[in-house]
Design a protein. Structure first.
Length: 168
């Protein structure tokens, strides 16, 4: 069966927007690190090389289930965990955070960590949702997904250069 070129193009655009969202997060965390406010880093996905293919390329598989996207320490010593989610649709479903990630966030929050889901939409807007609110999505919003209109109170301010003020 032939692949649908329109769907392929839309998928490529969505992946590029998702990568741009991640770059904005990385740049924003660099901003906080450079000013001594926090060190927040991307969590590498543990993988095992199956077969080297040369020129730095290889075939690999993941060795552990997904962890949260970012972990770090805020000035003063408090831990922060962030799960980043981007959508090119008009909604973000609660099940986008996997059960294993949710359990990880729960355990860390019980120990005093600050835990958030940072949601990016194709409009370019970004929202920082406290973990407790993400968990209570059905109770707070009446359904197990959110739209941008639901998230206005969680909107992240952005500098002229695209830096996200995620810790303000």
């Amino acid at each position: 069966m032939a692949k649908d070129p329109k769907r392929q193009l839309l998928g490529k655009i969505a992946r590029q927007k998702g990568q741009y969202f991640e770059q904005r997060l990385d740049g924003s965390f660099d901003y906080y690190r450079d000013r001594g406010y926090a060190v927040i880093e991307k969590t590498p996905e543990p993988m095992k090389v199956i077969k080297p293919e040369g020129s730095g390329r290889f075939l690999a598989c993941y060795t552990k289930k997904a962890q949260v996207d970012y972990k770090g320490t805020l000035k003063g010593g408090r831990t922060i965990l962030i799960e980043a989610k981007f959508t090119s649709t008009d909604r973000l479903t609660q099940d986008r955070v996997l059960d294993i990630q949710a359990a990880y966030m729960d355990r860390h929050q019980q120990l005093g960590a600050r835990c958030f889901v940072v949601a990016g939409f194709s409009t370019g807007e970004v929202y920082k949702i406290p973990w407790d609110d993400w968990r209570r999505m059905k109770e707070l919003f009446g359904r197990k997904y959110v739209k941008e209109t639901d998230l206005q109170n969680y909107r992240v301010k952005t500098a002229w250069n695209g830096t996200l003020f995620l810790l303000d």
